[in-house]
Ligand binder design. Structure first.
Ligand SMILES: Nc1nc2c(c(=O)[nH]1)N[C@H]1C(S)=C(S)[C@@H](COP(=O)(O)OP(=O)(O)OC[C@H]3O[C@@H](n4cnc5c(N)ncnc54)[C@H](O)[C@@H]3O)O[C@H]1N2
Ligand code: MOO
Length: 397
């Protein structure tokens, strides 16, 4: 393939957006994707589009909270029956001074006033005694949730306990925001996808790195395409991608060189660039652009810079599209000296021990060694003097 001659840039685009603002914009600009009803197994990690409401009362029937005896009136009691969980026909109502032996979770007979746990009961033949107790150990129908009651508001993250809660009130599905469909376009004539690159070739490291990241950020990866640097082919690949992808991630081709075709593609699509250069190192040639309701993110070609840009723009964008809040960043105390920088935010790989963050070597833009061994990435603001706590970006491990 030949590389079409591109007009040489006469000026260099200055980084225009501060790091925190770029991250915030990526989250706040998109509207959440439409709602869809999904089985509980697919709902975890997604945002509720409508409140989670109980379908059944919880508990569904009055039941024992302890193993022991369901009793009525003052003891001693005559034991009439034994009731285990799963019994559907229920025991006959209890008369005064009678009891049934009962298992935790089993339905208590009508008239039950309390359940006496085995530990405080004494039994001889059919008769059981216990000291008076102030705890009833009976869970009443609907005391945790009434039918129709809102248990979680729209916008909540469906955590694993929320999935359990939904099941406990009789739900089989939840209505959540759709998962963003994402395509990667990995660009560069020098790139190869597998094996050992020949001299002058480079193994694609960004595609394999992004795949698990996108999964952990709840995206649906449509596919990943490798395209060369020829400008019109590249633009055609981006134009084709936005037809079915909510988010098209372009890796490489984001800077100002003759083969850096992202801006050519954005112009030909009449895209609105909300972010075009971020005041951060590495990773300043980042782009966030919009065509209708479709999003295009440009990541720099240097692999660590691409990771930084993905954390800056892609994770927040996917959260916004998924209806999830922007992750609040924890802070820590950075030990060591990142490169001094008065103008740019520095994103540096660190290892944590408690609140203390130690710099990891190997955080050059083209290098993933530092990032691969890091627990987190410290966000060092411009002009940082080495005292203030720094924010942390984290990956799921
Ligand atoms: N004159 C200027 N040159 C550069 C600037 C600048 O501001 N002015 N910015 C530099 C920075 S910072 C970065 S980052 C890169 C970004 O360049 P591109 O996004 O256009 O990416 P490429 O030129 O295609 O590649 C850069 C570098 O990364 C390697 N690469 C690309 N894709 C991959 C991949 N998928 N896996 C592994 N490695 C990849 C590529 O071979 C190059 O070595 O521009 C600087 N230049
Ligand atoms: O800042 Mo570039 O994105 O580092 O190598």
């Amino acid at each position: 393939m030949t590389t079409a001659a591109a007009p040489r840039p006469t000026t260099h685009r200055a980084p225009t957006t501060g790091w925190a603002r770029a991250r915030r914009l990526a989250h706040d600009l998109p509207s959440p994707l439409p709602a869809q009803e999904v089985p509980l197994a697919s709902a975890a990690g997604r945002a509720l589009a409508v409140p989670l409401r109980a379908r059944t009362p919880s508990p569904g029937f009055d039941n024992a909270a302890m193993d022991g005896y369901a009793v009525r009136g003052d003891g001693p009691w005559r034991v009439l029956d034994r009731v285990l969980a799963g019994r559907v026909h229920g025991a006959p109502p209890l008369a005064e001074q009678t009891a049934v032996e009962i298992a935790t979770g089993a339905p208590v007979p009508e008239g039950t006033e309390r359940v006496v746990p085995y530990e405080i009961a004494e039994r001889l033949g059919d008769t059981v005694w216990a000291s008076p107790g102030d705890r009833r150990h009976v869970r009443r129908r609907g005391e945790y949730a009434r039918p129709g009651q809102e248990l979680l508001p729209a916008g909540s993250i469906v955590t694993p306990p929320a999935v359990g809660l939904a099941a406990s009130v009789g739900l089989d599905t939840l209505t959540v925001h759709a998962r963003p469909r994402v395509r990667m376009i990995v660009s560069g004539n020098e790139l190869v996808a597998t094996g050992v690159p020949r001299w002058g070739q480079v193994r694609d490291a960004i595609g394999p790195m992004l795949r698990p990241l996108l999964t952990s950020w709840r995206a649906e990866l449509l596919d990943s395409r490798m395209v060369g640097d020829e400008l019109d082919w590249f633009a055609a690949a981006v134009a084709g991608s936005i037809i079915d992808a909510d988010v098209t991630i372009v890796c490489g081709a984001s800077s100002v060189g003759p083969a850096d075709g992202l801006h050519h593609a954005l112009r030909s699509l009449r895209a609105t660039a909300h972010v075009d250069g971020v005041a951060c190192r590495p990773g300043h040639p980042q782009v966030l652009a919009q065509v209708g309701q479709k999003w295009i993110v440009g990541l720099p070609g240097n692999p660590y810079a691409a990771l930084v840009a993905a954390l800056t723009l892609v994770e927040p964008l996917l959260a916004g599209l998924t209806g999830l809040p922007l992750t609040e960043l924890e802070t820590g105390t950075l030990v060591g000296a990142p490169p001094a920088d008065e103008r740019n935010t520095r994103i540096v790989p660190v290892r944590r021990s408690g609140q203390v963050l130690r710099l990891v070597e190997g955080g050059q833009p083209g290098q993933l060694g530092g990032a691969a061994g890091a627990d987190a990435f410290a966000v060092v603001p411009p002009g940082w003097r080495g005292e203030a706590p720094v924010e942390l970006l984290r990956l799921e491990r």
